[in-house]
Design a protein around this ligand. Structure first.
Ligand code: SF4
Ligand code: SF4
Length: 219
């Protein structure tokens, strides 16, 4: 089986603005920021591009809610301690330490943005955002791709919720169930519309969200 992990390979230089309080926190940090070197300051200054990305991520959450990844990457012992302190359950698969998603701290947005979090939480960018940051597409295009994906995911969940036995399943649980039951004709017949939606979901995913090869983990 192949799983894609929420890998986190770059330093994100923005700040999460999940709640208005986050900005107040940023202001409180200013004395500390002033003691940093010029290099540090330029690396953490929030550009318009970073503000765009932060705003989009806050409204999105696909990285945290289990839609895109079943696991987040824990890069070293210090990261593991942070995950433990946050109560995130970690597991080791083929020598790679991971924490499970959906994250227990995600409820519409990250509720622990002001605490130390695993490196991946602030370092990962999805392919649409990466392309925007590299100047390969506009912010509007990236936003459209993220919104399209999320809207489609939500539609799938809404249709599933009309079936009593599927209502309340997370997206990940629903997707796993549909994939595991794909050979059961009676099951497929009953949930034909969901399979059609899953087919479109995969198409959008492979067009815009397929992660890089190095983030693949064979288990
Ligand atoms: S999927 Fe993209 S836009 Fe959404 S939270 Fe992750 S990095 Fe941000
Ligand atoms: S700690 Fe916050 S940013 Fe990290 S996975 Fe959980 S909800 Fe997402």
């Amino acid at each position: 089986m192949t799983v894609w992990i929420f890998p986190g390979s770059r330093l994100r230089s923005g700040f999460d603005l999940c709640e208005a309080g986050a900005f107040a926190k940023f202001l409180r940090l200013r004395p500390m920021l002033l003691s940093l070197s010029f290099t540090h300051l330029t690396s953490i200054k929030m550009t318009d591009r970073e503000k765009d990305v932060s705003g989009l991520c806050v409204a999105c959450g696909l990285c945290c809610d289990g839609t895109l990844f079943p696991y987040g990457f824990v890069r070293d012992e210090a990261d593991k301690k942070i995950a433990d302190d946050l109560g995130l359950s970690t597991t080791e698969i083929k020598g790679t330490r991971l924490f499970s998603l959906p994250c227990l701290h995600f409820s519409g947005c990250c509720s622990v943005y002001d605490k130390p979090r695993p490196h991946t939480c602030s370092a990962f960018f999805c392919p649409p955002i990466k392309k925007y940051r590299r100047g390969e597409q506009t912010f509007e295009e990236a936003e459209k791709q993220v919104k399209l994906f999320k809207e489609h995911r939500d539609k799938l969940l809404k249709i599933a919720s009309q079936f009593q036995e599927l209502a309340g399943l997370s997206f990940k649980a629903l997707k796993d169930l549909l994939e595991e039951s794909a050979d059961d004709d009676a099951f497929v017949g009953r949930y034909r519309q969901l399979y059609l939606m899953l087919f479109i979901y995969r198409d959008i995913y492979s067009k815009y969200f397929q992660p890089a090869q190095q983030d693949k983990l064979i288990v």
